[in-house]
Design a protein around this ligand. Sequence first.
Ligand code: GLN
Length: 232
Amino acid sequence: QTTQAAEKTYVIGTDVTYAPFEFADKNNKYIGIDIDLMNAVAKAEGFKVQIKPLGFNAAVQALEARQIDGVIAGMTITPERQAKLAMSDPYYKSGASMAVSAKNKSIKSLADLRGKRVALKTGTAAADYALRLKKKYGFTTVTFDDSNNMYDDVRTGNSDACFDDLPVLQYAIATGLDLKIIGKPGKTGSYGFATNKDNPDHLDQKFNAGLKKVRASGEYKKIVAKYLGNGS
Ligand code: GLN
C-alpha cells in the first residue's frame, strides 16, 4: 500500500439525463453506459474521476473554459469539435433522428415539417443537423437545455417534432416515452470522450488506452449489455 502513488482525480462533466448513457437512478446516483465506461477506463488507467451532471451544453462550455477536465455525455465526434477540443477514439455509433408525438398522424417525413415548430436541444449535433435542414423544409425552431424538456414540448403539443440521437430516443420510447421516430437517422457521427488539446496529462490518450483495455477484456460489451441487453 505504501508504495502506491496517490491517484489523480479528474472532474468529468456529463449531461443531466441522457439515458442509457447517463441518468440518475432511484437513489439519485448517476448510472449509465458513459458513467460505467468512464469508471472502467479510469480503473484500467489508474486514475479517479468525479462525475458532474452539468447538462450537455454547460458541460462542453465548462470544458472549453477549463473548469473541468473532460466531458463524457453521448458527445458526437464532429470536425467542428475536433478543431477546438481533443476527442477520443469513437466508442458508440449514433445518428440524429426526428421524433413526433405517438399520436401524430400528419408528419411522416421532413417534407411535412413546413410551417411546423421543431424543438431542439442547445449545442447538440442533432440540433445542428436540424438547423441545416430548416431553410429547405421551412420550419421554425425553439431550444431547450435538456432532452426531457424538449420531449415534453412535443408531448404536450407545443412543438410538432424534435431531433435527438437515435439510441437515446429508442431507449426513451422503449421505457415509456410517448413519442415515435420518423424516417431514417441523419449521419452525425459516433460518441467520443472530450478533453482540451492542451490537457497536461493528455487525458484523451489515457482514455483511448483504457478504452482498448476495456474492449479487449470484454468489459465494454458487458457495460453496454447491462443497459441495452445482449441483442445490442
Ligand atoms: N450526441 C449529441 C451531441 O454530441 C447530443 C449529446 C447530448 O445531448 N448529451 O451533440
